[in-house]
Design a protein around this ligand. Structure first.
Ligand code: DGL
Length: 272
């Protein structure tokens, strides 16, 4: 990409499906002048139960598309893909785009606010088993003890529209009553679907535990990054675009849950 006029180029955002729209939404709210190109890999979701090698292969294909669209930044808006593929993506896109993930901003936030505390985390199996949060939090060297529990059912029920009802309440209660998640000061929502159940999680803890919703933190981080790198756009000049690797009407309808408005999804198969 030429170094000229990078400010007007879009921000590429990708996720396993439409859950990452919570992050896209936080970014468009905070940075309304930035054009977004969103890619949801609906043909391959859920990433949470895939192998690291499979997620890396999908991520590389998605980056090819986002680089072709001249994205100035590629943000991995999925914890599972950030855990499995961020280092590879960063190396792969090289100087063609700046690569960002959703894990580092959350880790830095925890470091700033919870030194010497015990923190909980919920996410997919891929995110929890990767141990990435644990490693990065240990690297902060701030005596933070992290207790992580995989909660694989949650993304699926949210995508099916089961939130803020008694079904999600029972499942949340079953997961959060895990012994490892007792006596914590804060809980990291380490999956981009979970902002939708934030209020129910808050209710479960009755205000005694802080809920760390990374979508807001990530949006703030992207803003600071664009300003630091002199990449911030002055005005929105083009429409956002939303691609999926497998189009269905139900995915399109669900965009409203995550993006607070329905958007038209365009099909873009990763492999012809
Ligand atoms: N949005 C994904 C994440 O943040 C979870 C959904 C999936 O398993 O694909 O990890």
């Amino acid at each position: 990409m030429s170094e000229k006029n990078l400010q007007n180029k879009p921000i590429g955002i990708f996720d396993s499906g439409i859950g990452g729209l919570t992050v896209a939404q936080a970014i468009t709210k905070l940075l309304p002048q930035e054009q977004i190109i969103y890619f949801g890999d609906t043909a391959h979701l859920p990433y949470g139960d895939k192998s690291t090698a499979a997620i890396q292969a999908y991520a590389i294909k998605i980056c090819d598309l986002l680089v072709k669209q001249e994205c100035k930044v590629i943000l991995i808006a999925c914890n599972s893909a950030s855990a499995a593929a961020y280092d590879l993506v960063k190396e792969y896109v090289g100087s063609k785009a700046k690569a960002l993930n959703v894990i580092d901003p959350a880790v830095n936030y925890i470091g700033k606010h919870y030194a010497n505390k015990t923190i909980g985390l919920i996410g997919t199996r891929q995110t929890v088993n990767s141990g990435v949060y644990k490693r990065k939090i240990e690297d902060l060297d701030q005596n933070i003890s992290l207790h992580s529990v995989a909660t694989p059912l949650l993304a699926d029920i949210i995508e099916e529209g089961f939130f803020n009802n008694n079904i999600s309440e029972s499942i949340i209660e079953a997961y959060l009553s895990h012994p490892d998640l007792q006596n914590i000061e804060a809980l990291i929502l380490a999956c981009t679907h979970y902002p939708l159940i934030k209020n129910q999680i808050k209710e479960y803890y009755k205000g005694k535990v802080d809920i760390v919703d990374a979508s807001q933190i990530v949006a703030e981080d992207v803003k600071a990054f664009l300003e630091k790198e002199d990449l911030a756009s002055g005005a929105l000049t083009k429409d956002h675009k939303f691609y999926v690797s497998d189009f269905t009407l139900s995915f399109e309808a669900s965009t409203k849950i995550f993006f607070e408005r329905e958007v038209s999804l365009e099909q873009y198969p990763l492999w012809e």
